[in-house]
Ligand binder design. Sequence first.
Ligand code: ADP
Ligand code: GLC
Length: 482
Amino acid sequence: MKNILFAASEGVPFIKTGGLADVVGSLPKDIDREYYDVRVILPKYSCMKQEMKDKLEYISSFYMDFDWKSMYVGLLKAEVDGVVYYFIDNEDMFNTYKPYTDDALFEIRRFSFFSKAVLSALPTIGFRPDLIHCHDWQTGLIPVYLKERFQENEFYRGIKTVMTIHNLRFQGKWNVQDVESITGLSGYYFTPDKLEAYKDANLLKGGIVYADAVTTVSPTYAEEIRTPFYGEGLEGILNARQNDLRGIINGIDYTDFSPDNDKYIVKPYTVENFRRNKVKNKTELQKELGLKEDPKCFMIGIVSRLTDQKGFDLIAYVMEEMLNTDAIQVVVLGTGEERYENMFRYFDEKYSDKLAANIYYSEELSHKIYAASDAFLMPSLFEPCGLSQLMSLRYGTLPIVRETGGLKDTVEPYNEYEGTGTGFTFRNYNAHEMMATVRYAEKIFYDKKREWNRMAERAMKADFSWKVSAGKYQEMYDWLIG
Ligand code: ADP
Ligand code: GLC
């Protein structure tokens, strides 16, 4: 049996802000349990839902030196669907009303604490991983601390690490002096070939330099991040490590996302009966959200963090044009940057029967939108993988996406001559190109309904479960652990 420990800052079903949580919550279930014991370790946030906190069981606690203090580290445990989860508890660090705060220095401090606590906790929890699989900058210091101090100790010797980049935009950067002091790492580590980047300390870079292998969440993004446009300043180190860098596409959990068995939607449907039944979800949602009730109207869904990563500049630019006919309805669910929240609120006021802006987080409404919409708009500036488009495909809701990162790898462009494809794509980050693609989709929807439905059928049948990708992770684990 090979022991693998996932370390991350969020994971379904305990805490989620985006796709990272979906991956951390679903991939361990699909790794072959006969050969691998995969467990997960997360921070214990006080903002977790009470029903989730009630599942946690206290294991033990100890004190750890960190940031010139002796700090309490509580350890808790829970088991969900056969996967064991551990939690690191410290009220000063994780008693926040959202999982992440806007205080960049505090974020550096709490996730450096988490990274060191994960390693310190291993002998106590009684699970010695052969490999620690680190996710995003919040766990970037694990490979660093492991090499810097823990591996002197017999217990830790030989533990391998993988650093998975879910989003290169977030790196955990702060000035070297403070980070040196907080982490206790010596000046040796803060040079441009190690943790320093552009004069700052950079925790993700630490992970990339010190991990035994680096992955990201799609083959195209793995290529893109080696260029200046997508590399966010780290393209140099990513090129230097290109032989150890792989892109493995994400899957989704089809037990949580299946239109034939979804507790949130009014009318379940299958590949056989979606032509008749899917539309009932649309008319119900129209009623619920105060849109014009019209089963024939082309409904476009958006479920997203409202950030510039997701292409909202393009949407803002042509929103008026999109809504000035009666042919399109737009349903939005998301939170994020104020300018985008307000943009959607404004259009909701102005076109209340055509656009519904839901500026909050709701699992339930997200499922209803995936099921009800005809198309799903995701014109991202960059997209490491993207899970929303995979969920849409599953519900026969055709994605309209920009050809970047995982969107390019998962949405096959419609080809009307060959009768192939699962969605609509455009290449350049340009509002008019996006608008032309939306118009094209609209035309196929209204004029070639049979073609549209064939495409929806192909989308629903496309397989984005974890099966293949879990195999690729296993291959990598075997290669590293031997
Ligand atoms: P990212 O991780 O960059 O946010 P992904 O497409 O990988 O993008 O994953 C987004 C996940 O978060 C999906 O599961 C999506 O349904 C969910 N999501 C995003 N915003 C909301 C929201 N406001 N309410 C509910 N779910 C949301
Ligand atoms: C990040 C990316 C998204 C990806 C998710 C899970 O949040 O923005 O593209 O799907 O992580 O890997």
